[in-house]
Design a protein around this ligand. Structure first.
Ligand SMILES: NC(=O)c1ccc[n+]([C@@H]2O[C@H](COP(=O)([O-])OP(=O)(O)OC[C@H]3O[C@@H](n4cnc5c(N)ncnc54)[C@H](O)[C@@H]3O)[C@@H](O)[C@H]2O)c1
Length: 394
């Protein structure tokens, strides 16, 4: 076997923005045979399948029909977060390896069920948190974990998208589904990226979460208003007492210098460091406007290849799947792939905790919700029971 036969489940905006290039125009494309697609949305399914010549008998509305009808080695679950668990579990049970775009799932219960199934079936699962392959974060991880900065104390991370991402009035819409910004939050779409990156750098478990939500811009959109948060500040307390504010939103003016304006500052007992994630060094002045281009994330090269950590992060997961299928995946690498942190468990916990914090919060001013403090161990014990919580170190 020199290629993985992949079934793609969900072909919405993340496929348009990132994965179509991984599948067909990347240094990893030769490892992948995209043999079937499942998506109930006719427009998106036909766009993808017509563009990439997937025959009519390999196009499905339901992933269950796809799994029954086509021989596969792996699936990729590009569905909204609350629909990650079902197709992932069905694929693992069918003997396939599975790639899931961040976050693992919308809840810890779903995340736990996915992890349990992967471990029981002996199949591999990889979560594409692409920042894990950003060279600046890998540098931060190595330097922090060498002890160079001492003890992590306080951090501020932020990640703010242009309004066009969340605005259902934008033509064409960014997301396949008009209610994406209402069904999801800046926490599930953006905070999880920064949370996973921060946990990877400091290697600490979160113990408490409290969020503050701001809802001024999205409800004012017209003609379609969005009942949701523009901006959320999630305060995370870690086991060593350190605290991080992760500030995320999707309401920046569309004239912003980058689609995603993002950065971070980490303050530790022996020093501090800044990651200017949206200033990668390519600044363009053009009739189209002034903007930062981020070739580290996604780089359209002259020969048509697309490179960058947005591509290499999922690409490396597939490389490991192929090595596994060929019987040459190192046992240590396999174990590293399947830890709770690598499978995004602690980030799902923060996600659910932060959303619960807002739900239990109260209005303190027009459009502002002050969230309750959520004890993450108590949340885990309630959702999974004390035994499972202990397995994850709580
Ligand atoms: N858009 C991005 O840039 C981006 C980046 C990284 C990760 N993600 C993640 O990717 C996932 C998908 O997000 P998106 O932005 O593509 O959303 P989207 O709404 O644009 O697309 C989701 C697609 O899944 C399809 N779908 C829904 N239910 C399905 C089912 N049961 N079976 C098969 N297909 C189904 C929808 O029809 C739609 O085409 C989310 O978990 C998101 O957080 C998105």
């Amino acid at each position: 076997m020199d290629k993985l036969r992949v079934g793609v489940i969900g072909v919405g905006s993340v496929v348009r923005e990132i994965y179509q290039y991984l599948y067909f125009r990347s240094d990893f494309s030769h490892l992948l045979d995209i043999v079937a697609v499942a998506d109930p949305n006719d427009e998106y399914r036909n766009w993808f399948c017509d563009t990439y010549k997937i025959p009519a008998n390999r196009r499905f509305r339901s992933h269950k029909d796809m799994l029954k009808s086509v021989e596969l080695d792996a699936t990729q679950i590009n569905t909204p977060d609350h629909i990650h668990a079902g197709p992932t579990i069905d694929s693992l049970e069918a003997g396939l390896d599975v790639v899931v775009p961040k976050p693992t799932a919308a809840t810890v219960k779903d995340t736990h069920a996915m992890i349990q199934t992967a471990r029981r079936t002996g199949r591999l699962m990889g979560i594409d948190f692409h920042k894990r392959e950003d060279p600046r974060l890998k540098e931060a991880e190595a330097r922090y974990q060498s002890g160079r900065y001492g003890e992590f104390q306080v951090a501020v991370w932020y990640m703010l998208d242009k309004l066009m991402v969340a605005d259902p009035n934008e033509k064409p819409m960014f997301f396949a589904t008009a209610d994406f910004a209402e069904k999801n939050t800046p926490i599930s779409f953006l905070t999880v990226h920064m949370c996973d990156a921060l946990i990877k750098v400091v290697n600490l478990a979160p113990v408490e979460v409290r969020a503050t939500g701001y809802s001024h811009k999205l409800p004012s959109l017209s003609p379609i208003a969005v009942k949701g948060y523009d901006l959320v500040d999630t305060e995370i307390r870690f086991r060593n007492g350190a605290s991080a504010h992760i500030v995320t939103g999707w309401h920046l003016p569309n004239t912003a210098h980058a689609t995603t304006v993002q950065s971070s500052r980490m303050i530790c007992s022996e020093g501090m460091f800044d990651l200017g994630l949206d200033t990668p060094g390519y600044y363009e002045l053009h009739a189209d406007g002034l903007r930062q281009v981020n070739p580290l994330f996604k780089n359209f090269e002259k020969d048509g290849t697309v490179t960058g950590y947005g591509i290499s992060s999922p690409g490396r997961i597939y490389q490991k799947f192929l090595a596994g299928r060929q019987g040459r995946l190192d046992a240590k690498i396999r174990d590293q792939m399947m830890t709770a942190a690598e499978l995004g468990f602690y980030t799902s916990l923060v996600l659910e905790g932060a959303e619960m914090s807002l739900k239990q919060g109260h209005a303190i001013a027009k459009g502002v919700t002050a969230g309750a403090t959520v004890d993450l161990k108590a949340l885990l014990v309630k959702e999974l029971g004390a035994g499972a919580a202990a397995e994850y170190g709580y």
